[in-house]
Unconditional design. Structure first.
Length: 68
């Protein structure tokens, strides 16, 4: 049995705006950089990944504020 399409006609567009994509990309890069720096500082990988994950939310808020 065929599934009905969930998309509304004429409402096809990108899932994210360019601004949102740039904000999330910069936040991801900041998280990766924090993870690498924490690992190079001698922390264990689980701790380094936790630090990188902890950087993501503030980075999203920061880049969302400064990018207009």
């Amino acid at each position: 049995m065929a599934q009905p399409s969930r998309r509304r006609p004429g409402r096809e567009g990108p899932l994210l705006t360019q601004r949102a994509a740039v904000v999330f990309l910069l936040a991801a890069l900041a998280g990766i950089a924090a993870t690498v720096l924490a690992a190079l500082a001698g922390n264990a990988w689980p701790v380094a990944v936790s630090i990188g994950g902890g950087v993501l939310a503030p980075a999203v808020l920061f880049f969302n504020q400064i990018i207009d």
